[in-house]
Design a protein around this ligand. Structure first.
Ligand code: APR
Length: 238
């Protein structure tokens, strides 16, 4: 399949863990996924961090260490090429925290759930900073001298950055019927990302899904392409 685009089309691409699977990054909910064997409320929620920050850091230290040598794949590259073609008529919204879209060269992009290699203070408002350390113990803030540092990731029960939501809303509203929404490698169970397909329908746009298997919200899409994204994306936008 090819996605037909004309000079009015505005393309919003939503990516999830599936797009990084072929780079060797584990997904969350598949067999052998990251959440298998982990209680998500213990390692990815503010309450879990309050209860046991060491366990949380151990989990994220493992994820940071696992990124060594991981490179973007042909799926990421296809989105860079599409952005080069469309300019400001393109926006990428990723739920991934692995930073591979940025590594590949995407720039018109929002990281909805934060970034694995960014740390912030759980207490004070110092700016989040780049931090690739796989911490063995819980790091303490050097600005407020006492606050615990935490990964700058949007955990379960936390809100997305309002600036991110504004940017998405503005893109969708401007596009209207010219919106082409493409969801890639996501199971469609985590909101607000999972709701973008319904938003697309409301504004009169067209939706596509590229996924290895049919996810929970498959029936909401106008067009479905089943297969690995590193193979499918380069031909979809060719
Ligand atoms: N190509 C395309 N899709 C793939 C591939 C692949 N090579 N490999 C796996 N998939 C699909 C799976 O079939 C699954 O539907 O990608 C999807 C991954 O789903 P999840 O593991 O649930 O990941 P995601 O949707 O990104 O999770 C959303 O939930 O855990 C939280 O905050 C976390 O950002 C994450 C959010």
């Amino acid at each position: 399949m090819r996605i037909p685009l004309d000079d009015r089309s505005r393309v919003l691409v939503l990516t999830g863990a599936g797009i990084s699977a072929e780079s060797g990054v584990p997904t969350f909910r598949d067999a052998n996924g990251l959440w298998e064997g982990h209680d998500v409320t213990r390692v990815a929620s503010p309450e879990g961090f309050e209860d046991d920050p060491t366990l949380v850091w151990r989990f994220y230290a493992g994820r940071r260490a696992a990124m060594a040598g991981v490179r973007p794949n042909a799926g990421h590259a296809a989105l860079v090429a599409l952005e080069a073609r469309l300019g400001d008529r393109f926006l990428l919204a990723t739920q991934n925290v692995d930073g591979l879209h940025r590594d590949a060269g995407s720039t018109r992009m929002v990281e909805m759930h934060g970034n694995l290699m960014t740390t912030r203070c759980a207490t004070c408002d110092r700016a989040p900073f780049r931090d690739t350390t796989a911490h063995a113990t819980v790091p303490v803030c050097t600005s407020c001298h006492g606050g615990l540092l935490r990964p700058d990731i949007v955990w379960f029960g936390e809100s997305l950055d309002p600036a991110v939501l504004d940017r998405l809303e503005q893109f969708v509203t401007t596009a209207g019927r010219d919106l082409v929404f493409v969801a890639v490698g996501t199971s469609g169970v985590v909101y607000p990302a999972a709701g973008l397909v319904e938003v697309t329908r409301r504004v009169g746009g067209t939706s596509y899904l590229v996924n290895l298997e049919p996810p929970a919200n498959v029936a909401s899409f106008d067009h479905v392409v089943l297969g690995p994204s590193a193979t499918q994306l380069p031909t979809l936008f060719a």
